[in-house]
Design a binder for this molecule. Structure first.
Ligand code: ADP
Ligand code: MG
Length: 445
């Protein structure tokens, strides 16, 4: 597939650009989450191609294979000296120091493209502050959160911003895995002094996915020394992990407490509003890319409602929709969603059970489960019971008779009455409306 694409890329970018920038890339394969990985001869090369041809590559690839939702460039192990002179840029614009072993930054991961909502507003604000590059106040900044919630995006955004504002500063971004790899390589090649000098000479060090070094003793040790040396020089450190410092197992305590010594902020799982915001902003970008494609009302809302909290999955779904729509020349509507996203929707379907609803509602109103399900008709039990019935109707695919049966063998008309009553009350009684909304969120989380 890559072979076939190369011809069309050559036509699009012109033969010279093609020879210089595209031909030297090697296609490594497709990784989890639809990441197409390319080998680039140097870090600079990777960054340059990512900035200038990243979008093009992505759009072309996703046309051939709709699961591709991101392109990444890794530096191949081939030493830089072997790179033909032609691929060295004549006069590179503000070049990141070429000797830095950092990972290339994804040009799409900027503050401009980061959608802020309740779940990530603190992490975003802290990142913005650090990206100003003024006086070091939070050191380290420790960002944590589940997969696909935007940690890497924020870190790249900080790095871009710092580079733009302070081109004189050296900003080094890399994953903890790459840190370990560099460290092991330095040990093997007996270049520890170079390694230490290099890492201690940067102005800003960013290490992504630091949980990776848990259990890797000598890497931890080296990381600890690097960390201390930089903090002593008042250099900014930014760390991310998939969980809080005290939840990372097999991490030395002195490192743990170091990690906690600055500002620790978490990215919460996305909520409906944030998901919708992200979809709206991505759809805007796609509209520019695929002019003429329209999105039917309600499609984005449906996706925001149905797809899990992982933004990467959400983006992948949208990419696929646009690619599919442009291939078959159809508008993006619910039919297309069902056709092209059946697997994604099935995978993200979270079945909420009647049991779960009953338990949560009883807990919320502080009554016993048996009282809620039982025959007593006093208002203290009847109202929560109706709320629970209403939620069962809304959040499960159970029929009214089935729901009735699970509420102590009640008739389906009783259930229907209960559901209607809550519908009315939601419009009249702010407290009930709030209760129901709270419960719905808790159940859907
Ligand atoms: P993590 O590193 O936390 O696993 P990433 O930063 O790689 O997650 O984010 C996964 C994908 O979701 C990326 O493509 C990123 O751009 C996107 N993303 C995550 N959060 C947001 C957000 N708030 N606004 C826009 N895009 C986001
Ligand atoms: Mg990440």
């Amino acid at each position: 597939q890559w072979g076939a694409l190369q011809d069309s890329l050559c036509k699009t970018v012109g033969e010279n650009n093609y020879k210089t920038w595209i031909a030297p890339l090697s296609f490594h394969g497709l990784e989890d989450g639809g990441v197409a990985v390319f080998g680039a001869p140097t870090n600079f090369f990777g960054t340059y191609v990512s900035q200038n041809y990243g979008d093009l590559l992505l759009s072309q690839l996703s046309k051939v294979n709709s699961s591709v939702c991101r392109v990444m460039f890794r530096t191949s192990t081939r030493p830089a000296a072997n790179v033909p002179a032609a691929v060295r840029p004549a006069a590179p614009a503000p070049t990141p120091r070429e000797d830095l072993p950092g990972a290339p930054l994804d040009q799409r991961f900027t503050f401009e493209t980061f959608v802020v909502g309740k779940p990530n507003e603190l992490a975003h604000a802290a990142s913005r502050r650090v990206a100003e590059g003024g006086v070091v106040t939070f050191n380290p900044l420790f960002l944590y959160g589940g997969v696909g919630l935007g940690k890497t995006h924020l870190m790249h955004a900080i790095a871009w911003e710092l580079r733009a504002r302070h081109p004189e500063k050296t900003v080094l971004y890399l994953s903890a895995e790459q840190f370990m790899y560099r460290f092991v390589q330095a040990l093997r090649e007996r270049k520890m002094i170079d390694f230490k000098e290099l890492f201690r000479s940067v102005d800003v060090l960013m290490v992504d996915d630091v949980q990776f070094i848990a259990g890797k003793d000598s890497t931890q040790e080296e990381f600890f020394h690097t960390f201390n040396a930089l903090v002593d020089q008042n250099k900014q450190i930014i760390i991310s992990a998939d969980r809080a410092p005290d939840e990372i197992k097999d991490l030395e305590n002195r490192i743990r407490s170091r990690l906690q010594s600055g500002l620790v902020v978490d990215l919460h799982p996305t909520d409906y509003e944030l998901r919708l915001g992200i979809l709206l902003s991505k759809a805007e970008m796609y509209r520019a890319q695929y002019p003429g494609l329209s999105i039917a009302d309600g499609v984005l809302e449906f996706l925001a409602h149905r797809i899990s909290t992982n933004v990467r999955v959400l983006e992948g779904a949208l990419t696929r929709l646009f690619a599919f729509a442009s291939l078959v020349g159809k508008p993006i509507d619910m039919d297309l969603v069902q056709d092209s996203l059946a697997d994604v929707l099935r995978a993200s379907e979270r079945k909420i059970s009647i049991d779960e609803i009953q338990r949560k509602v009883a807990e919320h109103y502080n009554i016993r489960l048996s009282d809620m399900i039982g025959p007593k008709r006093v208002r203290n039990f009847a109202r929560p019971r109706q709320v629970a019935m209403y939620l069962c109707k809304q959040l499960t695919s159970r029929s009214l008779p089935e729901i009735g049966r699970r509420f102590g063998g009640r008739d389906h008309t009783t259930v229907m009455h209960g559901v209607k009553r809550i519908e009315e009350l939601r419009l009249q009684d702010g407290q009930i409306d709030e209760d129901v909304e709270l419960l719905r969120r808790a159940l859907e989380a």
